[in-house]
Design a protein. Sequence first.
Length: 418
Amino acid sequence: MTAPVFTTHGCRLNAYETEAMKAMADDAGLTGAVIINTCAVTAEAVRKARQDIRRARRENPDARIIVTGCAAQTDPESFAAMAEVYQVIGNSEKMAPGTWEGLAGRDWIGQTEKIQVDDIMSVRETAGHLIDGFGTRSRAYVQVQNGCDHRCTFCIIPFGRGNSRSVPAGVVVDQIKRLVQRGYNEVVLTGVDLTSWGADLPATPRLGDLVRRILTLVPDLPRLRISSIDSIEADPALMEAIATEPRLMPHLHLSLQAGDNMILKRMKRRHLRDDAIAFCEEARALRPDMTFGADLIAGFPTETEAMFDNSLRLVEECHLTWLHVFPYSPRPGTPAAKMPQVGGVAIKDRAARLRAAGTAAVAAHLAAQVGRTHDILMEAPTLGRTRQFAEVSFNTPQPEGQIVTARIAGHDGARLAA
C-alpha cells in the first residue's frame, strides 16, 4: 500500500497541522489514503476544497479520501454526502494520535461511521507540542495560539477553530531553541488570533511578553517574525519590543478588513479607522523601517462607493505595502450573510482597485530600496527576503538558509534584484 498523500488549503496554521498529521499518520502506519486539509475562510476556499476532493478521486481511484480542516469542521454533513469521501474528521480530532491509529487499524470495508467531528468549542488545549515547527531550510513556523474569542460578523473561522487557547511560553521557547540548534535563522510565530495569546494562561501574559521572553532566552535566534496581528490588541511590551529589539523583524501584517467606521462597526471589529492610522504612525515612529501588510475585504454588505473609498485611502494613509484582498463572500451561519449584499460586479471591481493600489504600493516600496544594502534570508539558491519581507532575486547562487548582505541594484515592480 502507498504512503498517505496530504493536500493543504488555507493558512500557515493549517500547513503546520498538516506536518503534525503526517507524523501521526506515519507513526500509525496509515496507507492508501489521501488527506485533504480544508479552509473555510471564503466560499471560494470551500469550492476549491470540493474541487480537490473530486480531482483526488480521479487521480487516486483506489484511495480512501479523508477530509479535515475548517470547512470539514463547520459543515461536515455536506462533505460526508460526497461520494468520493470516505471519512470526515474535525479540527480537534485531526490533532489526536488516536484518530490516526484508528484509521490505520480499521477494516476499511464496511466502515459506516463517516463523520468524526465533535464540538470544537469544548476544546481547551492546543496541539503546539506535536512538532517543532515546519518550514523550508531557512524559515520555521511555530504555532503559539489557536482559535478566536471574537465574533466578527463575516467570519466562520471561530466555528472551525473554537475559542482562543495558547501554547505555554515555556513550550514555545523550548521549540524555538531546538529549531535554532537545527540551523533555522528565522522563526515565525503563528496563530488564528495571535494578539490574544496568553489570555487563558496563568497571570494572563501578553504577546509582547512572549516575544521578549523568546528573544531573551534564545539569544542565538537571528530573526523573529510575527504573522498577522490585530493592531488594536497590540500591548505595551510588544510596542517596546518593536522599538528596541533589532532581531524582531520590521514587518507586521495587520487584520484591518476595512477603512470605513460604519463598515467596521457592522463587521463587529474592535477598532475604528483612526485607531488603525494611529497604530501605524506609532509603529513607524518606533521603527522607521517598518512595513505593513493588511487583510482588506472588498464589498462587505451595505458598503457604498464612499465607504469603499475610505478603505482604498487607508492603503496610503497607513502606508500599507503587502495587501491580501478578499472579495466578500457570504458564509452561511454568519450575521453578515443576512445583511443587504453588494452586487457581484461591484465587489469584483472594488477588489481589483484594492489590488491595483497594493501593486502600486509594492512598486513604490521596492523603488525606495534601490541602492540600499539589506540583510537577506535566502529561501532558495537565487531567491531571498529582506527583513521587511520583500523578495530579492540573485544572479548567482547563494547559500540557502543563510543570511547574506547585498546591495539592491534594481527591481521589476514585484521583486528586488541584488
